[in-house]
Design a protein around this ligand. Structure first.
Ligand SMILES: *Cc1c(COP(=O)(O)O)cnc(C)c1O
Length: 446
């Protein structure tokens, strides 16, 4: 599928003055007719650019390759391409997408532990040489279809996320590495580096200590077999919070200086995904139905004793786990939403659960949160939902409205980021004016 220029042309609203994201959300809700009322995203492009500026500030020695699977919006890809990041793709669709933005093939990694032959062939045809590999079967496929590939051996990081039974042990052990290096040698393949990945759930910075020293072992094993490896890929797992980036860097930097000093000529790269997009996206959803139950069910005796009969609410939303909340299936937590309508501080809070509209037991967005009572038609806003929320799982993904504040637009220029020349497929639309209260009251549809 080749996107046409029209599809890629995207309007970005420039927000002047003190217009906030919530004003934009209100405007779009207001614009929707009563019948439509669809969920939608608002994406703040300034937030993505600031993440790049923060990365440069704290991790300048590590070149980021954005993991496209995290959020493959064309606008996100175009901005990051303009900012000069590399990309990690794991499907043909993702490779085609970044090709549309003229990203050079040497700035692309074909990730994913298991790749279909056709995908490997596609990468070979388009000159994408960096391929991640962690097993012999995969290596044999690559040797057959892409003999000029440059492999990044994905090494399993021991001791990481042992508490998480759902963590998939991608990557090979150090022992497997020797075998894989020998196998590559026999197949005439080039091994160009080592990759590890420490998920953000692994809060122990020590995991990086182990991973970097393990990587050094693999570089040394490779050297014994005549491989001059030149890339160390420290993976993703950066949640986007600046403090976490600093914390990782405090552990990573001395390890890199000790094991991979600049004199070795090794390029250090990373594969951040969530880091760039998480905070930039907010999702607005509306309540489409509502049920009330009392907390203690039929247990009247207890109710009378405690003197309370707290109602509990179950709300059904116009988006769910089979839509924009699919990341919940990745064991990621859904943030507590904020309420769009004004509520007073005295308003009582009720235990509430939020569901998608599929009637499926898996479609529970939030098991329990304490919020004021909602009515059908009320809107909720989930912030920090840019990662893994725009995947298609049967339902069409909600519309995304892109914005950037005038302040960000000008401030980022001080950092050498000039978006209007770098972004060919953007059209910046005249600033969105915060509507005055009287104006919106007059034109409210009956
Ligand atoms: C998804 C993924 C990443 C990016 O992860 P984030 O947590 O979004 O940074 C990096 N490496 C691998 C192997 C992945 O699967």
């Amino acid at each position: 599928m080749k996107a046409t220029l029209d599809e890629l042309l995207c309007s970005v609203e420039l927000l002047e003055g003190d217009t906030a994201i919530l004003d934009v959300i209100n405007k779009h809700i207001f614009d929707q007719t009563q019948a439509q009322k669809s969920a939608f995203f608002v994406a703040d492009l300034g937030a993505i650019v600031w993440q790049q500026i923060r990365w440069k500030t704290h991790m300048d020695q590590v070149r980021p390759f954005y993991d496209v699977k995290c959020n493959s919006s064309a606008v996100v890809v175009e901005i990051l391409a303009a900012l000069g990041t590399g990309f990690v793709c794991s499907s043909k669709h993702e490779l085609e997408l970044i090709k549309n933005f003229g990203v050079p093939a040497q700035d692309v990694i074909l990730g994913g532990a298991c790749k279909q032959l056709s995908l490997i062939k596609y990468a070979a045809k388009h000159g994408v040489q960096l391929l991640v590999c962690d097993n012999e079967a995969e290596m044999r496929k690559i040797a057959r279809c892409h003999p000029n590939a440059k492999l990044l051996l994905q090494v399993y990081t021991a001791g990481c996320c042992e508490h998480d039974e759902t963590a998939m042990p991608f990557g090979c052990t150090l022992k497997d590495c020797r075998h894989l290096l020998e196998c590559a040698k026999e197949l005439g393949l080039t091994v160009t580096g080592v990759k590890f990945h420490i998920p953000s759930c692994c809060a122990e910075p020590e995991a990086f200590t182990h991973a970097v020293s393990d990587a050094r072992c693999v570089f040394d094993m490779g050297a014994e077999l005549g491989y001059a490896m030149s890339i160390l890929d420290v993976g993703g797992g950066f949640d986007g919070v600046e403090a976490q980036l600093e914390k990782v860097n405090r552990v990573l930097k001395p390890m890199l200086d000790a094991y991979f000093p600049q004199s070795t000529g090794v390029s250090v790269i990373a594969e951040p995904g969530a880091y760039y997009v998480s905070a930039a996206f907010s999702l607005a959803v509306s309540v489409i139905s509502k049920k009330m139950a009392t907390q203690n069910g039929n247990n009247h005796a207890q109710d009378t004793l405690s003197g309370i009969d707290e109602p509990e609410f179950t709300y059904c939303l116009n988006d769910g786990v089979f839509g924009s909340f699919a990341y919940k299936l990745l064991e990621e937590s859904v943030p507590v939403p904020s309420l769009l309508k004004e509520t007073s501080a005295e308003e009582p809070l009720f235990s509430s659960s939020l569901w998608g509209s599929s009637n499926d037991g898996l479609d529970q967005v939030l098991e329990s949160c304490l919020i004021p009572e909602l009515s059908v038609g009320d809107w909720l806003v989930f912030n920090h939902v840019g990662a893994n929320s725009l995947r298609v799982m049967g339902e069409p993904t909600p519309l995304v409205h892109y914005i950037i504040s005038a302040q960000d637009w000008y401030e980022i220029q001080n950092y050498g980021v000039i978006l209007d020349t770098a972004l060919k497929n953007f059209c910046l639309v005249p600033c969105f004016q915060k509507p005055s209260l009287s104006e919106s009251a007059i034109s409210t549809p009956a």
